[in-house]
Design a protein around this ligand. Structure first.
Ligand code: 13P
Length: 287
């Protein structure tokens, strides 16, 4: 059964570890992530961008697929199905479609408009037993058409949004979607410490989890980060393993063209990435 992400993240915050949010694109992605979470006895959050939702033909398809997979695969660890960087309309659709968690990304609105829309969606989400993530300060780079300049979050604005009863908060601290450029100055821990000071026990979310060095991840967790989003790293691992399989001519040997064989190395590569992240985030055996 899908659960809201509130309880797992409150526990993570209190226990000083983070739960991984891994973006999904299709059945193989979902299967790989769920099987590793179960094997490691870890809670997990399946993130769905609006682009990925569209690719999978719509949020209803995604919710139905994930719910059926939990049952058919015998998954017993807590799993949340979460809209990633949702628009106002996207959030409403996911509430209807049976997701268990939503992110409303109002960071590109004025703070007044962000507050107004977040407040309305918090009430709707909670009335449906779902958790809500809000955002202040934007995440740099681009993810599925959502572009952010990478402004640092204003801690006072974080407090204003936290006071609306959101369940967890993404605050821009110099994090970027996609690969980090060679001249990236790193996460801004001063901003993170100030946000944490203003928001108390509220679990904080670190987007752009791909390529952040382990010591920075640890420091971010120590400063209140309880959810870490990873997308690009699974895509790179999948693409790399698939390229190797094809370049080695394996698809031309016997029935190597069978999609279940062709996609297997990529699916295994996603599993290895998720395993490594769950280890690093400290959520193994916390289900
Ligand atoms: P990466 O693609 O950099 O891993 O970021 C994922 C993310 O933040 C999803 O919202």
């Amino acid at each position: 059964m899908l659960v809201s992400a509130k309880e797992m993240l409150d526990k993570a915050k209190a226990g000083h570890y983070a739960v991984g949010h891994f973006n999904i694109n299709n059945l193989e992605w979902t299967k790989s992530i769920l099987s590793v979470a179960q094997e490691m006895n870890s809670p997990v959050i399946l993130g769905v961008s609006e682009g990925a939702g569209k690719y999978m033909t719509g949020y209803k398809t995604v919710a139905a697929m994930v719910k059926a997979m939990l049952e058919e695969m015998g998954i017993t660890v807590p799993v949340a199905l979460h809209l990633d960087h949702g628009s106002y309309e996207g959030c409403k659709k996911c509430i209807e479609a049976g997701f268990s968690s939503i992110m409303f990304d109002g960071s590109h609105f004025s703070i007044e408009e962000n507050i107004e829309k977040t407040k309305e969606l918090v009430a709707l989400a909670h009335a449906n037993g779902m958790s809500l993530e809000a955002e202040v300060g934007s995440i740099g780079g681009e993810e599925d058409g959502v572009v952010g300049a990478g402004e640092f979050a204003d801690p006072n604005e974080c407090k204003m949004i936290a006071d609306l009863g959101v369940d967890f908060l993404a605050a821009g601290i110099g994090n970027i979607h996609g690969k980090y450029p060679a001249n990236w100055p790193g996460l801004n821990f001063d901003v993170l410490a100030k946000v944490q000071e203003k928001t108390g026990n509220l679990p904080l979310v670190l987007h752009g989890g791909t390529g952040i060095p382990a010591d920075m991840i640890q420091k971010a967790i120590n400063l209140g980060v309880s959810k870490i989003n990873v997308n690009t790293e699974c895509q790179l691992a999948f693409a790399d393993a698939t390229r190797k399989y094809i370049e080695a001519g394996k698809d031309l040997e016997g029935k190597g063209f069978d999609p279940r064989k062709l996609l297997a190395p990529g699916a295994e590569a996603i599993k290895a990435t998720v395993r490594e992240k769950i280890e690093l985030f400290g959520s193994a055996n916390k289900a």
